[in-house]
Design a binder for this molecule. Structure first.
Ligand SMILES: Cc1ncc(COP(=O)(O)O)c(C=O)c1O
Length: 362
């Protein structure tokens, strides 16, 4: 195997080596059929068990009851920013948006094009450092749904609880922390996630939607925006991303084999703790962006004393095979994305580098 480096990219992100090895071994001939998964019909008997495996894998890992449909769509999480209001937020009706970062803001922008998207929580002025507690949220009485982002990938702030909508359907963008820990799935009416962090490659979007929400899809909806039609056709209203679904199936098998989401959560907490400890014990050389209570287990964001030092940090780290640490272009700083597949050893290597860097430049 070619030597692999430590990849801190926010997404597309690191995948389990075991999954990549398996895909490599089957690349030319899937199960001895003489064709790769990318070369066969999505309606063939060879693809059927793959779609079934990915669906049942997600269902098992997240403990999803039968009254939820699992869809593998295209257009990224970004298309869901539009598809959700196009289906559930008619003109003159209301949906509540909890905005805790850049992605929530984008979702809000699209919803405003459809109906009354009401911002019930936002702290943009302070640079999106925290998330509200459940008690801080008051929902609009007539809200069709509540939308929030469980982990803001750019700022590195994460909800530590599953939001309770008090009967209003809860819609959640879980792109960057899905499968990182067990969740109370039945609190949600719709969950969506771009696959390219914890689930698989880019180009597939996982949507988990409850049947009663599907019933609210307008009759005249365009077919490709129509959750009812997409569910009725088992995500195959058009040609799905077969390669992406294949990798998702392998990732699910991998997660099940390695203890499921409870085990992932334990490992993720340990990894994040190592990194946050290094920040907190640096005598202020490194400053965490997020408030402690909202610190993300997936995207650890921090600043150095100057932008020049941040640039130097990212460049020197990359030269030592610690790649992808530059913060998002919109906020700067450093961001270490440490998703499920990211090894603890890589976090320890980063901490060693941080200590060394602070000593030389502090
Ligand atoms: C939380 C979150 N939401 C949405 C998106 C957009 O995803 P996509 O590029 O699949 O549209 C991202 C991408 O990184 C994200 O992190």
């Amino acid at each position: 195997m070619t030597e692999r480096i430590y990849n801190f990219s926010a997404g597309p992100a690191i995948l389990p080596v075991e999954v990549l090895e398996k895909a490599k071994s089957e690349l030319l001939s899937l199960n001895g059929i003489g064709m790769s998964v990318m070369e066969i019909s999505h309606r063939s008997k060879h693809f059927e068990p793959i779609l079934e495996g990915a669906t049942s894998g997600i269902r098992e890992l997240l403990n999803i009851p039968d009254n939820y449909q699992i869809l593998f769509l295209q257009g990224g999480a970004s298309l869901q920013f539009s598809m959700i209001p196009l289906n559930f937020l008619p003109e003159n009706e209301t949906a509540d948006y909890v905005v805790t970062g850049a992605w929530g803001k984008k979702a809000l922008k699209e919803a405003k094009k459809c109906g009354n998207a009401s911002v019930i929580f936002s702290i943009a002025e302070e640079g999106f450092k925290s998330v509200p507690t459940q008690d801080e949220l008051t929902f609009s009485e007539d809200a069709n749904y509540i939308h929030y982002t469980s982990n803001e990938t750019i700022e590195g702030v994460e909800f530590k609880y599953d939001l309770d909508g008090s009967g209003i359907p809860v819609v959640c963008d879980m792109s960057s922390n899905i499968l990182s820990k067990p969740i109370d799935l039945e609190k949600y009416a719709l969950i969506y996630a771009g696959a390219q962090k914890n689930i698989g490659p880019s180009g597939v979007t996982l949507v988990i939607i409850r049947d009663d929400l599907i019933e609210k899809v307008p009759d005249a909806q365009h077919s490709m925006f129509d959750y009812r039609a997409l569910a009725a056709n088992n995500s195959m209203l058009n040609t799905p991303n077969t390669w992406g679904i294949y990798i998702i199936n392998l990732v699910c098998e991998h997660l099940k084999k390695h203890g499921g989401l409870a085990e992932m959560e334990k490992k993720n907490e340990e990894k994040a703790q190592i990194l946050y400890n290094a920040i907190d014990s640096s005598d202020g050389f490194y400053r965490g962006h997020a408030d402690k209570a909202a610190r993300s287990l997936m995207n650890v964001t921090f600043r150095l004393p100057s932008e020049e030092l941040e640039k130097q940090f990212a460049a020197e780290a990359a030269a030592q095979e610690l790649d992808g640490l530059k913060g998002h272009r919109s906020v700067g700083g450093i961001r270490a994305s440490i998703y499920n597949a990211f090894p603890r050893k890589g976090v320890e290597a980063l901490v060693d580098f941080m200590k060394d860097f602070a000593q030389k430049n502090g």
